[in-house]
Design a protein around this ligand. Sequence first.
Ligand code: GDP
Length: 653
Amino acid sequence: MKKTLRNIGIIAHVDAGKTTVTERILFYTGKIHKTGEVHDGTTSTDFSPEERKRGITIYSAATTVFWKDQQINVIDTPGHIDFNIEVKRSLRVLDGAVVVFDAVAGVEPQSETNWRLADQYEVPRIALINKMDRTGADYWRTIDMIKERLGAIALPLHLPLGSEGFDGLIDVLTQKAYRWQDGLIDEIPVPEACIVKMKQCRQQVIEALAEVDDELMGLYLEGHALDFDTVKQALHRATVNNHVVPVLCGSAYKKQGVELLLDAIVDYLPAPEERVHSTELKQAPLAALAFKTVNDKHGALTFVRVYKGQLTPGMSLYNSTLDKRERISNIYEMHADKREALSIAPAGAIVALAGLKHTSTGHTLCLAQSPITLESIDAPRPVIAYAIEAERNTDQSALAKGLQAMVSEDPSLSVRQDEQTGQMILSGMGELQLEVALNKLRDEFKVEVNVGKPKVAFRETITAAKDIVYRYKKQDGGPGQFAQMQLKFEPTERDSGIAFVDNIVGGSIPKEFIPAIEKGIRQAAQAGLQGHEVVDFKVTLEDGSYHEQDSSAIAFEKAAVLAFRELLKTVGTALLEPIMSVEVMTPNDYVGDCIGDLNRRRGIILQQQVRRNAVVINAHVPLAQMFGYIGQLRALSSGRASYTMQFSHYALT
Ligand code: GDP
């Protein structure tokens, strides 16, 4: 196993410079020779036209680079809240992250959200304070914000230099100073005036490290002189164990600080084998997790992280999530501008597989004889649905194709056809996500669409038991139709669906007609009095009669449909609405306002917890009350609170 691999992600608030940092990493590692600028729309990780137009990074891409013979896989992560699923799935497969902050804006809301997600997945981090060249850049203030808002032990490894703006830095651990000329790093003597400050800073880093690392504490107490390698190793351990966060500075745009960032990625972030995995994994000979599927011009690619064993082209795999066989045709390492076919993908590798037919995000791939299922990446249940139709009738099939491609790439999107109107219903997690999807339909699939208002999926149920005796008789010249049945309907508990019980004894209805009765009832239950699905009841077939010539399966099915309609007319239905499990993360200052707002939305507060220096509020809120929530939440918390929600259960309105 290679000791030299790093699987990292770059996480940032939109606009902090993630794309530019990634671009510079590709430049310095020699993968591309002309750096693309974001504003030209030529950067090489952002390959979707939709992203180029918006200038934000949405879709993950894994890119392999080499720095001083060390392989680094860079997994791109989006910054916008609606794309939390993308952030989550990348966090799940990477071993470490570089969190980019804007030196002027400091810690922004999305950085807070993403930071907490990284806490949850226990991802070791390095902080890069970017945009040091901008007027108003403040390295120390940003570090204070990281400590206060994110609750991290932030260890500044750099001291910025420059009387007017940023023109170099001191690396306090190596005690060396650098400047850049035309994007090239130059070592310079440490300015006299900074020596004291540099020594103080170094001392502070060592003392903070000694507090969390027993080995360094021992050496420190015994009064040993601590060389760079000793401190570096201690800092590596402390970072990998999530005790501290090394902080660097730079200006990606001006190509200042990127080489030192690459060094720090290799020095402080973990190799794959340093991450602790489940004991279950230890027994399996092969395990890989799919974290992204992409349909590009070459066809479908499945991005996987190999946890155990190795993959080779031509290999047969078992998708344990779906219980399906798969075969790898090719394995690729994805570079910024090309892809390279591999003959082997060892444990720790992040690669793209061609040839898989069924696998999508969150599925485990393993050997059929030694199955294992890794914890999946849960795609939140879609919460907003829009009816969409192609503007031009001739675009129907292009629309269906486009929707299908988008759904297979993004498991938090789903599409279905409305039975009554025939319209396509696209569901997702948020308004921006759907907006992006619609733009993609327009740009990549060339379909113009009409979009309806967002909708909630209600259901109906009965609230009282009732016996229905139904006699169906038709005589109109040809062969007659006859069916008679006695049905008992009873309400059942929430989320129990529909239960059918056959109590016929003595053949009063022949066996072969009984499935038709069940079919008729299930079919009729698809649309209740208000057009929603009818659920949560039990129907018992008590008795009935038939006619030798005139009875048939069709006659019994029709009779069941009509009996069900009669039931609804006599007992009526009650409306059930979807209730969401909402989790709000907010700094302490806004807890009261957040709770007040949730109460106004008919929310029930379940619990409040302090997580690091944020408060997490869990509540149940009707989905119908959640439209436009993100705007309100941002407004009442100065943009600092965030939320996630998923379907919980149905309840009477
Ligand atoms: P992302 O949204 O996090 O991917 O950020 P981008 O890399 O797209 O950067 C957002 C904007 O900030 C772009 O216009 C960049 O050119 C600019 N930018 C990025 N890094 C720096 C920097 O170090 N200094 C300055 N002045 N601008 C930067």
